[in-house]
Design a protein around this ligand. Structure first.
Ligand code: CP3
Length: 341
């Protein structure tokens, strides 16, 4: 029998949707914190195939999710292209910045990334070997726009202002960076699929700050180019696209890019999305991650609302964004219990 999540991605409506959670291997789990301490820091954990495979599998063992997501980070691609990358404790990622043509010229090429990323492919192979037969393995990468926002600013930003500024001031450099990231992402995801990833997901966490023609050029077009290239190399591997906070631009996104599924953030209502987005195929989402902190009757009601709204089409149950470190592991168990009845 085909795995539940692959059936949803192929367009099958199921009475009980498959379930996984963004950031399901993370700091809210004591076993994750323990393994991370063993690795030393977050990046050492990402590049340690044995320990990265261990944390990838932890939430599957604890909860029986229908999918595991590779433990890694979207910022490993910039690092593989030659950027410095480190994480400031309690703050977030820091990178050397790309300010103009010189910064772009200093980067490596798409063919150079695999030396750095080889441990990630090894993690994929290990997880695939150890995964229970009913669970599927999801690989992932950041979308070019979102990754570029970190490379240009050197850190996370609330409004992606430095990336918008470079786009306005030096279109050629900005476009060349997007093209390089698009090419590198095609090769990176393709290698993950070769290593055993059964689904891949493209995280465009900052897609919502692109409007009008910019959304077409820097969210839709790169996703379309990545998906077309992957489909030509791996026609059977489904792709999930996550243009977070795209709002109305969720409509038609799957058709325009060739994605098999769009992941919905929790700023759109499930009822609206069922009418306007699920009509094109599978959707994933979209419980507000805060419910994993607060629980209670509001959690039960929100989970039932989402399952009900998407019941008449293909659906993968997930959160609208990553689970946060202050989440209560018991609320995750409760969410699953409600969905599976
Ligand atoms: O979903 C998963 O469990 C798979 C692994 C995964 C991580 N990051 C692990 C991680 C995935 C898919 C990501 C994607 C990612 N990383 C995104 C896109 C998705 C999103 O959340 O919007 C972004 C923007 C990043 C960059 C990044 N990595 C930031 C901004 C941070 C710091 C924020 C924080 O929570 O501290 C990270 C660190 C990170 N990536 C952690 C994890 C589990 C926390 C690291 C730790 O253990 O300290």
């Amino acid at each position: 029998m085909t795995k539940k999540i692959l059936r949803a991605l192929a367009g099958e409506t199921q009475p009980v949707p498959p379930i996984w959670m963004m950031r399901q291997a993370g700091r809210y789990l004591p076993e994750y914190r323990e393994t991370r301490a063993k690795a030393g820091d977050f990046l050492s954990l990402c590049y340690n195939p044995e320990l990265a495979a261990e944390v990838t599998l932890q939430p599957i063992r604890r909860y029986g999710f229908d999918a595991a997501i590779l433990f890694a980070d979207i910022l490993l691609v910039p690092q593989a292209l030659g950027c410095d990358l480190w994480f400031e404790p309690g703050e977030g990622p820091r990178l050397s910045t790309i300010a103009g043509p010189d910064g772009l010229r200093a980067l490596k090429t798409r063919d150079d990334i695999h030396d750095t990323l080889a441990p990630i492919y090894e993690t994929v192979r290990r997880v695939r070997e150890m995964l229970p037969p009913e669970a599927a393995l999801i690989g992932f990468a950041g979308a070019p726009w979102t990754v570029a926002t970190y490379m240009i600013a050197g850190r996370g930003t609330p409004d992606q202002a430095p990336a918008h500024a470079l786009k306005a001031a030096d279109r050629a450099t900005f476009t060349a960076l997007i093209d390089l990231l698009t090419d590198a992402t095609i090769d990176y995801l393709s290698m993950q699929i070769d290593a055993g990833a059964e689904v891949v997901k493209i995280f465009d966490s900052w897609a919502g700050s692109l409007t009008g023609a910019d959304f077409d050029d820097f969210a839709l077009a790169p996703a379309g180019r990545i998906i077309a290239a992957l489909k030509s190399r791996h026609p059977a591997t489904p792709v999930i696209a996550f243009p977070r906070e795209a709002g109305d631009r969720y409509i038609g996104f799957a058709r325009a890019t060739g994605a098999d599924c769009v992941a919905l953030d929790n700023s759109v209502s499930a009822i609206w999305a069922a009418r306007n987005v699920q009509t094109d195929g599978c959707v994933q989402g979209n419980l507000a991650p805060g419910h994993m902190v607060t629980g209670g009757a509001a959690l039960d009601e929100a989970v039932r609302g989402i399952v009900g709204a998407f019941a008449n089409g293909p659906h993968i149950f997930n959160l609208g964004h990553g689970i946060t470190p202050d989440a209560d592991p018991d609320n995750v168990a409760r969410m699953i219990e409600i969905i599976r009845g």
